[in-house]
Design a protein around this ligand. Structure first.
Ligand code: GAP
Length: 470
């Protein structure tokens, strides 16, 4: 297992991810995607979008981030989307009470105090109100990791939605929120999409978009951030049929990660014990990050909670009428909700590898991305910068650039140029050498096997098209 710091350092050095507003000291929980990061992000979203919407029963949507404030009243986010928070009066440090308790449980386990750890874990599992968390912190004598004191405030619920104002008045009447999940944009458009897309139950709506949460503890790079992107699909089903659709979507989503190169042994299922206010069943796909397993996508059975709530508050019917059976009902919803940025981090960790090469015993750092996710698809090099090779190589590069994300590199020994591409995960490198000028052949080197193939220069484009449609 490689260290997260090693991966973060590569991500910064090679232009995948930068800290947001870095020249001002950065801003917590926000990140910027550099030239390679944005390509990886787009490829990931594209892979998801194709998988989800290139089928008959799923339509796409791009709803606005700012929505009517009543949306958040109906969805329950105004009342319930909060984390229990506690402050230490001496250090002024602020914690999520549940995280503080979890860290304490981990410490107990390290000290082999398993009975106490189990007891504390049980109490945490039952905790619902702020007072329940406070009691555990006091009962177990949990102290502040910074000041070492137990000089705690009460536990209070802290709403995670970012507030802002619409229009020119910053008063309560003009308060709106940045959406904390993209899902609500789908629910309020359920009828619009069903009718315009001439869909019938069961069908789904897919959306990729930003979401914002004022997380108390941002941590672990892109894992928990305040601004992030989600790729969500809400599947509308007949009440009573949700269980079979949950099974179907579980399988689909697991297979998608594996299809795009996720090592199955790094994935696992985790059923929720504590359910969000809208769900009656939830299971996560977890990935083994360098800091341990963490959720990358949730598959949730949201029942008719959301549509019923919007129907009630808006006064607009959100039903489906079956024209054959004449049945009329508010559909149940099965949701697949993945994080794009968290997914990107998982794919980055999954791809990172180091090996000692057989030819010269040097360390080779390689990102083993699935070729459809790789930010650069092909690189072109002239073997030497003379004898007409750069001109020929540049012409090939310019041709390929019309179809593929291509890089051209003339600097340093050829081995170093391969290493530079390995480090960013480029699946194919093409070298133009003396044979190219003599008989129009080039060598294509594949990243993982490092095998080289000789092909006719006129066939490069088709060769790559075939590879990238595989
Ligand atoms: N609509 C349901 C929903 O939003 P969630 O489990 O809160 O469910 C779904 O979030 C996914 O969004 C998570 O699996 C994760 O990948 C991503 N996500 C949630 N909060 C995040 C955060 N603060 N930073 C990065 N990704 C986050």
């Amino acid at each position: 297992m490689f260290k997260l710091e090693t991966i973060i350092s590569l991500a910064k050095r090679r232009g995948f991810v930068f800290q947001s507003s870095e020249i001002y000291g950065g801003i917590n929980g926000c990140w910027d995607y550099g030239p390679l990061g944005v390509e990886l992000l787009l490829n990931l979203k594209n892979a998801w979008w194709r998988e989800m919407t290139f089928r008959d029963d799923i339509e796409g949507l791009d709803a606005s981030i700012l929505m009517h404030p009543k949306v958040w009243e109906a969805s329950g986010h105004l009342m319930q989307f909060s984390d229990p928070m506690i402050d230490n009066k001496t250090s002024k440090a602020r914690y999520r009470a549940d995280n503080l308790i979890e860290d304490h449980i981990a410490k107990l386990r390290k000290k082999n105090k398993n009975d106490e750890a189990n007891e504390c874990e049980k109490a945490l599992g039952l905790a619902q109100e702020p007072a329940d968390f406070y009691k555990i912190i006091i009962d177990y004598g949990i102290t502040d990791p910074v000041s070492g004191t137990a000089d705690w405030t009460d536990v209070r619920n802290f709403n995670l939605m970012f507030k802002t104002f619409i229009g020119s008045l910053d008063d309560a009447a003009s308060t709106i929120y940045l959406r904390p999940e993209s899902a609500q944009g789908i629910f309020v458009n359920f009828k619009n999409v069903m009718e315009s897309g001439r869909q019938k139950i069961p069908f789904g709506i897919a959306q990729i978009g930003k979401a914002f949460r004022n997380e108390i503890n941002t941590k672990n790079f892109l894992f928990r951030t305040r601004e992030f992107e989600q790729m969500e699909m809400q599947y509308f089903v007949k009440p009573g049929e949700e269980k079979e659709w949950i099974e179907y979507w579980k399988e689909q989503r697991w297979n998608w990660y594996v299809k795009y190169g996720m090592k199955p042994e790094k994935l696992r299922w985790k059923e929720h014990e504590k359910l969000a206010h809208y769900a009656n069943y939830a299971v996560d796909i977890e990935f083994e990050f360098p800091f341990g397993f963490g959720e990358i996508e949730g598959i949730h059975s949201r029942t008719d909670f959301d549509l019923m709530a919007h129907q009630k508050l808006s006064g607009k019917k959100l039903e489906f009428v079956d024209t054959v059976t004449k049945e009329r009902y508010v559909p149940y919803i099965v949701e697949t909700s993945g994080g794009v940025s968290r997914g990107l981090m998982a794919f980055l960790c999954n791809a990172y590898d180091e090996e000692i090469t057989e030819d010269n015993g040097e360390k080779r750092v390689v990102l083993r991305f699935h070729h459809k996710l790789a930010p650069v698809q092909v690189a072109v090099f002239p073997l030497v910068n003379k004898d007409g090779m750069p001109e020929k190589a540049h012409a090939i590069y310019k041709d390929l650039q019309k179809y593929f994300k291509t890089q051209y590199d003339t600097s340093g020994a050829i081995g170093r140029r391969y290493r530079r591409q390995d480090e960013i995960g480029t699946p194919y490198c093409i070298t133009i050498d003396g044979d190219t000028l003599a008989n129009n052949t080039v060598t294509i080197r594949e990243r993982d096997s490092m095998q080289q193939e000789t092909i006719n220069a006129d066939n490069i484009r088709n060769y790559l098209f075939e590879k990238f449609t595989e």
